[in-house]
Design a protein around this ligand. Sequence first.
Ligand code: SF4
Length: 326
Amino acid sequence: MNDRLDINELNQHHKIAVGISSCLLGEQVRYDGGHKRHSYIVQTLGEYFEFQGFCPELDIGLGVPRKPIRLKRNRDNTIRCVAIEDDTRDFSEDLRDCADRQKPWQQRLCGYILKKDSPSCGMERVRIWDDEMSSRDGVGIYAQRLMDNLPCLPIEEEGRLGDAILRENFIQRVFALHRWRAFAAAGFSVAGLAEFHARHKLILMSHDQVFYQKLGQLVAATTKSNLTDTVHLYLNAFMAALKIQATRENHVNVLQHVQGYLKQQLDADEKQELIATIEKYRTSQLPIIVPITLLNHYFRKFPNEYITNSWYMNPYPAELSLQNDI
Ligand code: SF4
């Protein structure tokens, strides 16, 4: 792993492969011949992500236009995906098989964006019909199989990307998995895993202390002979940790920890300004970008190798402005 590779350099050379429900790209694949182009995804995220669109309903042979389908609850509580007009036409197995067939290319992705509310692609709160009543507690059949097949893959719905915290969490996970893939492509090594972990420690601390401790123990116990098993365990726990929302309280702890690396360098006024800025973040008067920017400013003046190399200070391109809203 190249320890001098920064996030902008990483992006300049490689857009990140991300799967997506193809109607969100503007492809006219919906049952009514329409699309659901999402301009933030296509224009803003498209600067960094190489989207690989896929429509499971087209793949299983339902044409465009087509009769709409929906989730239906059986008397035995099982859920099927059926034609609205004729619920003996059941597409559930076709959609599961379709997801299984896509696994080879999906395994190379670093993220996946799904279309909400779809009986095929919806990730949560999809309407399930029970005679004439409905409830919003379903999951699209293709989406469920995708999540089951690839539990480490960051997956999010386009509707939830409107929430600043969920958006930041998803995009951070995509970039983190991309860095992992770069590490894997360079070849796993005990030293490489230790370095990968060191550069992500502060991010892990902001998400979950328990996972942070466990991953540290796992890395400390890694040897050449257990490396193959360990990297598998590490990735599962690493991605599970990042899926837990980072809290303001955890971020404050991390910011104070980072501030500790400057205690010899800053004068009393500078220290006071930093403490006040972190306090304003703690009380939600400022977004996290403000203390991060101030800290980055001081570390440019007083470089520290551990902090400079930490992805916490630079987790994704600043142009995405994700830290301005959290
Ligand atoms: S939601 Fe999924 S199945 Fe429906 S049109 Fe979009 S890509 Fe196709």
